[in-house]
Write a protein that binds this ligand. Structure first.
Ligand SMILES: Nc1ncnc2c1ncn2[C@@H]1O[C@H](COP(=O)(O)OP(=O)(O)OP(=O)(O)O)[C@@H](O)[C@H]1O
Length: 571
């Protein structure tokens, strides 16, 4: 996926379409109008000495309307929740795909802890926004008007009181809501930062312990949690304030209607009923409807904070989409399961006129050219920072070329071809990540085309079957705890071995940090494994380099490779 495609991605917005469920949810409270009418009517029947028998059918009607309303609310809430969960699931998938489409060398990528926090925790705040808030919003649009009509029908004065009290509520809520969103964003930002910090320091705990820096880390963590506590309290204060403002104005509105109706029925106020006098039933009807007029607004206030938290969560998901260094990839061109082909030649690598720079930094490569023949074994050497890892990443399509071209086995490396070509490659990183899990899983990595038998063979070949942690049911710790440096290197080799379809091997300093004996074993294994395949190895190890067909020396700004040893001897 290209950088432009990523940045052009439309921002995911809340789905505000009104479907059957949200419509049912919005209008279900209207059933309170016939219920209130029947209650008022029943009371008037009691007053007119109709007896208990006279209120039986109004009571039946009240129960019926109440049951229908409860069913409608339960049904619509369930439907709205399911739909919102489905949408949220899709947004999460999109955000993970956007993260995966970024180059692993992109320094601007979200920190793992912050991304995990946004995806797993914060994204859940979108659900109440999409269900409770959107539902409440529809009720606010419809219900006050639908209540105002019957109230106004009997008394314009009572309707006027409601109309005057109502706008004050959204006004104050808008002011409070604006502050709530900023506070919510700050709270989640701090939460994400804290998670990222915690994850980073937990990974580096052995280093911190060894260098006696745990106390300083604990102090910083304490300061972070205190900051988070204060931000959370700020959010809660604003949420409570918005509810208090609304309750105040709703209570005032209802009280004023009650005062008007009471004094009107007592005969002290004889205006406001279109020249008539309200009966007890009509007055009661208006009194019962007045709280229902404010009910949607009260509901909206109680979920007002959900909107702030939901938008902040959506922004956090959106930030995971923000463009950076893209990985060369186009999911439309996903390869079928790769197969080893006996007849196929291993691919050569031809680089022409290559220029690459990390954003505004000085170019790592300028007009660089390299021709690795099919089956050739090549060592990339050069001082630290001369671009060996960057060059291998460019060949693997993990970084986009700024200018020039790379051909793998005669096929240009582009977004469309990258997945297919990567299917022919196997990468041994400088520090291969070891996942928490069994050795077997760490070797297979769930790769398509990697059979169980190949995994077992690779484990035996790398002599990992003798490693205690390779026993069934025993898992490696996070980051490979439980493996020595040499065993971790052998595990990386087993990963290459288990993928026989890969005929272009890229190994980034496979013997770094190993003692001479282990380095020799790794070199032997790698050379044996690379027979009949193309191998490019970045190394500072002269012993390993000497086993290659050719050595390419990279200089500070690699504009031309310098062969310093041997030539190409063919496969
Ligand atoms: N993710 C990155 N973002 C920005 N610059 C980077 C990134 N990775 C590497 N660089 C820079 O690119 C240059 C080449 O780095 P690279 O890792 O390829 O060097 P190297 O030759 O592999 O070094 P070493 O032998 O120490 O591993 C260095 O100047 C480095 O600072």
């Amino acid at each position: 996926m290209s950088g432009e495609l990523l940045s052009d991605r439309p921002r995911p917005m809340a789905d505000s379409r009104i479907d059957a469920a949200s419509l049912a949810h919005a209008i279900s409270p209207i059933l309170w109008v016939p219920q209130a009418g029947l209650i008022a009517f029943g009371v008037s029947r009691l007053q007119s000495s109709a007896g208990l028998a006279g209120v039986l059918w109004p009571a039946f009607g009240i129960v019926l309307a109440g049951t229908l309303r409860a069913w409608l609310e339960a049904w619509s809430a369930g439907r709205m929740f399911d739909a919102a969960r489905e949408r949220l699931g899709q947004w999460r998938v999109d955000a993970v795909a956007a993260l995966a489409a970024r180059s692993p060398l992109d320094r601007a990528r979200a920190h793992a802890g912050a991304a995990a926090s946004a995806l797993a925790e914060q994204a859940d705040a979108i659900l109440p926004w999409q269900t409770r808030y959107q539902g409440a919003m529809w009720r606010v649009r419809l219900m006050p008007l639908l209540i105002l009509l019957p109230v106004g029908w009997y008394s314009w004065a009572a309707a006027a009181v409601l109309v005057l009290a109502a706008p004050l509520i959204p006004l104050f809520m808008a002011i409070v809501g604006w502050r709530a969103r900023a506070a919510s964003q700050a709270q989640w930002l701090q939460m994400g930062n804290m998670n990222a910090f915690l994850l980073d320091r937990l990974r580096g705990l052995p280093t911190l312990r060894a260098l006696g820096s745990t106390e300083a880390t604990a102090r910083r963590l304490r300061a972070s949690t205190e900051d988070l506590r204060q931000r959370t309290m700020r959010v809660l204060r604003i949420a409570f304030l918005s509810s208090a403002v609304l309750e105040l104005f709703a209570a005032l509105g209802v009280a004023m209607v009650a005062v008007y109706v009471g004094f009107h029925l007592l005969g002290y106020l004889d205006f406001g009923a279109w020249g008539r006098r309200l009966s007890l039933a009509q007055g009661l009807f208006i009194l019962l409807l007045a709280p229902a007029f404010f009910e949607p607004l009260r509901e909206l206030a109680s979920v007002w904070h959900d909107r702030a938290a939901g938008i902040a969560a959506m922004d956090a998901l959106d930030r995971l989409h923000a463009g950076g260094l893209p990985l060369l990839d186009d999911e439309q061109n996903a390869p079928s399961t790769p197969h080893a082909s006996a007849a196929r030649l291993p691919p050569g690598v031809k680089i022409e006129n290559l220029t690459f720079a990390f954003s505004d930094e000085a170019p790592v490569f300028q007009n660089f050219a390299l021709d690795v023949k099919p089956g050739e074994h090549v060592a990339l050497m050069g001082g630290s920072g001369t671009g060996k890892t960057v060059l291998m990443s460019l060949i693997a399509g993990l970084l986009p070329v700024s200018q020039g071209s790379i051909e793998i086995g005669g096929a240009p490396l582009t977004a469309a071809s990258a997945r297919r070509l990567r299917g022919r490659m196997a990468w041994m990183a400088q520090r291969s990540h070891v996942f928490s899990g069994s050795v077997r899983h760490n070797v297979s990595l769930g790769r398509a085309g990697v059979e169980n038998a190949q995994v077992h063979q690779a484990i035996r070949w790398a002599r990992l079957d003798k490693v205690a942690q390779a026993h069934p049911g025993v898992s490696l710790g996070e980051g490979g705890t439980g493996l020595s440096g040499g065993e971790a290197a052998r595990l990386a080799l087993a990963r290459l071995m288990a993928a026989p379809h890969a005929d272009l091997l890229l190994a980034d300093e496979p013997t770094a940090h190993l003692d001479t004996e282990t380095a020799e074993q790794v070199t032997e294994s790698l050379v044996a494994l690379a027979q009949g395949r193309t191998l490019i190895v970045a190394t500072h190890d002269p012993e390993l380099a000497a086993r290659m067909d050719r050595v390419i020396e990279l200089s500070a700004t690699a504009d031309a490779p310098k062969p310093i040893q041997g030539g190409w001897h063919g496969a």
